[in-house]
Write a protein that binds this ligand. Sequence first.
Ligand code: NAP
Ligand code: F7E
Length: 324
Amino acid sequence: MKKRALVTGITGQDGAYLSQFLLSKGYDVFGVIRRSSHRGVEDHRLRWLGVADRVTLLDGDLGDASSLVRIVKETRPDEVYNLAAQSFVASSWRQPVLTANITGVGVTNMLEAVRAEAPEARFYQASSSEMFGLIQEERQSEKTPFYPRSPYAVAKLYGHWITVNYRESFGLHASSGILFNHESPLRGIEFVTRKVTDGVARIKLGMAKELRLGNIDAKRDWGHARDYVQAMWLMLQQDKPDDYVVATGVTTTVRDMCRIAFAHVGLDMDKHVVIDPAFYRPAEVDVLLGDPSKAHAKLGWKATTTLDEMIREMVDADLARLKA
Ligand code: NAP
Ligand code: F7E
């Protein structure tokens, strides 16, 4: 019997890579898709990876519990990956209630649907390194106390603890992956890596002259989404559910990440980057650095792509896209 996976957030970056990975493992893949007036473009990432025709999409919304119950009942999944969220930190100050409802309470909606209709299914929750926020330890592990610094991070912290609570209260096989930043050519254009690689490609092709950025002293532990979705799957293959930090263990400033992107096409970032306070955040997460030793020891997982390799791949993809 083929295994069946249900993925919320299937139209996002991770949903697309995870679908490709699960299909390669022989799964039947089902995904939750939001109703949109722009039918036909929502699956662009799945199309980019060549898997759009191989997944089944069902209409639903993380804010509509009844739709999730119906979808879980119809799909009878063995594994559920809850990736859907309002995931852009900067937007979470402008839409704090929506972020709480979807990124936070939406997790309970999904857990309740699983508890009612597929209690044997294994559940993955997309938690985030943003929960560490104002860091309490130099290297953040599963044992580091949390200190969220945005409405997004506060909502994710709720999602994390409700997942732990459903595991402990109802015996669900529910795991929480505390993933550090991961990127790819399919990253949303508003996130800093993709904004930079798209901006560099535009400048190189003569379509733009400058790139406006906010706090380029911030440091992040950046990995590749293709590697990170494998860690999600590995968590659900374990006998016991648990929580895992997924990271590279290397941290880099936005400035140095930017330098890699400009240097790849022979440009000097200092001639093009303009600091624009409009992109500063009301409260910043200055530095994140993950300790992935538990994921390495228990899951056998390790990041395989360096930041240099990933940024070069992203710049090349943006150059090709813009030329086309
Ligand atoms: P993303 O590209 O922004 O994708 C978010 C997905 O959620 C999209 O498919 C989006 O659908 C869907 N969604 C948003 N609101 C929804 C709603 N009300 N109902 C149903 N679906 C909804 O995010 P990502 O980078 O793939 O990240 C996946 C998950 O991991 C998110 O939960 C994110 O918060 C978390 N995370 C990401 C990172 C990272 O560095 N990428 C790190 C840690 C945790 P539309 O296509 O219709 O907008
Ligand atoms: O910002 C700084 C910004 O928006 C990274 C999400 O996937 O990862 C992501 O959240 C850093 C911040 O990602 C600009 O201030 C400077 O310090 O790419 P980002 P994020 O906020 O770290 C976590 C793990 C998630 O869970 C989230 O879902 O870069 N920065 N200048 C800028 N950021 C943006 N977006 N744009 C700028 O112009």
